[in-house]
Design a protein around this ligand. Structure first.
Ligand SMILES: NC(=O)c1ccc[n+]([C@@H]2O[C@H](COP(=O)([O-])OP(=O)(O)OC[C@H]3O[C@@H](n4cnc5c(N)ncnc54)[C@H](O)[C@@H]3O)[C@@H](O)[C@H]2O)c1
Length: 328
């Protein structure tokens, strides 16, 4: 198995040019951590110094966890010394060969960042976006170098998930794809190339197909949110860690897949807009963890911090297994 993560690459600084990350929120700070942990000098950019200071505190805490889990080859201080911060975008992206944009999921905000990055960098600089659903061509269209624009969709938390989708825009050059795949491998990620510029790449499309169906099952009273989640976790999740849906299809037999699909597809939810239940929840402020209530009660019932701790502990366990496989 290909290695994933910070240990193997952490102490080799050869051939590693400066990386800039524009937008140092939840994703940007984690992406910066990944590159710094792999030996790259990183500049984190955001709108103000307070956000950048909070990014550094978060990275420092994450590095403590990585160190305690035996997943960091160098001291935390060495990794942190590779990270600089600035609210000045033009200054921050100067002399970089690879810039990753991770600002809000808003077309206008991202277009503005792309224009500024283009003005402040060489023509050869690759501008990658962490967008979840905005087409790459939309962002590439505001630059004069669409061949150097590409999607690099990290998953949350970026320092614990190895998968990254690399999405080719209509005009992205093969050289840009190759260089992006290569740099992601250098930082221990497992890039998957998405050859068509489709919203949601691979993983988000599949996740939202699942969220749409799960919501429909709850909205129609077929099952409770808890039972839907439990079946997905227990019946699907435990197997999906080692077998993807197409491997599962092959194991079942494609003739069986055809027979089931003939009966089932007609009854699956095919809404082309968010369902009424989702609209009702949004209108009544049931936004999930951030307001204390969504499909679950997060105020008096479940504890979000504890849930995130459990998730991260599980992801660290997987990373450690991947490291020991790679070292074997
Ligand atoms: N949150 C997730 O789980 C997740 C997962 C994968 C991809 N993404 C994608 O990653 C991107 C970032 O998401 P996030 O969750 O980190 O958002 P976030 O809100 O946590 O962070 C965005 C940051 O961008 C900064 N910013 C906004 N405009 C800026 C500008 N002009 N210059 C510099 N900084 C600017 C903000 O101050 C903020 O700190 C989005 O495109 C999102 O769709 C998010």
């Amino acid at each position: 198995m290909e290695n994933s993560g910070e240990k193997r690459y952490g102490n080799n600084d050869e051939g590693k040019g400066k990386i800039a990350v524009v937008g140092s929120g939840l994703m940007g700070r984690g992406i910066g951590q990944v590159f710094a942990s792999a030996g790259f000098p990183v500049t984190l950019i955001d709108l103000n110094q307070q956000v950048l200071d909070s990014a550094l505190r978060q990275i420092s805490a994450n590095l403590n966890t990585m160190e305690n889990s035996g997943l960091l080859a160098e001291s935390k201080e060495v990794v942190l010394s590779r990270i600089s911060t600035t609210p000045d975008l033009a200054e921050g992206v100067k002399s970089t060969s690879f810039v990753i944009e991770a600002v809000f999921e808003n077309v206008d905000a991202k277009k503005e960042v792309f224009r500024k990055v283009e003005r402040a960098t060489d023509r050869s600089t690759i501008i990658a976006t962490n967008t979840t659903a905005i087409p790459i061509r939309t962002l590439a269209s505001v630059t004069t170098r669409p061949e150097r624009v590409i999607g690099s969709h990290f998953w949350n938390p970026p320092h614990l998930v190895s998968a990254v989708e690399v999405t080719r825009g209509e005009k992205t050059s093969s050289d840009t794809v190759d260089k992006t795949v290569s740099i992601l491998r250098k930082v221990g990620k497992k890039p998957a190339v998405v050859n068509r510029d489709v919203p949601g790449q691979i993983g988000i499309r599949i996740l939202y197909a699942m969220i749409r169906e799960a919501t429909s099952l709850v909205e129609s009273g077929t099952a409770s949110a808890e039972d839907v989640d439990n079946i997905v976790k227990e019946a699907l999740g435990t197997r999906l860690e080692i077998l993807g849906p197409l491997e599962l299809a092959d194991l079942s037999g494609i003739d069986l897949v055809e027979n089931v699909a003939n009966i089932l597809y007609k009854s699956l939810d095919s809404s082309t807009n968010p369902q009424r239940l989702v609209k009702r929840m949004v209108n009544s402020g049931e936004l999930g963890v951030k307001t204390g209530k969504g499909f679950y009660d997060w105020k008096d019932g479940r504890n979000a911090q504890e849930t995130i701790r459990e998730r991260d502990a599980h992801l660290i366990k997987i990373l450690k297994e991947q490291h020991s496989d790679a070292d074997a």
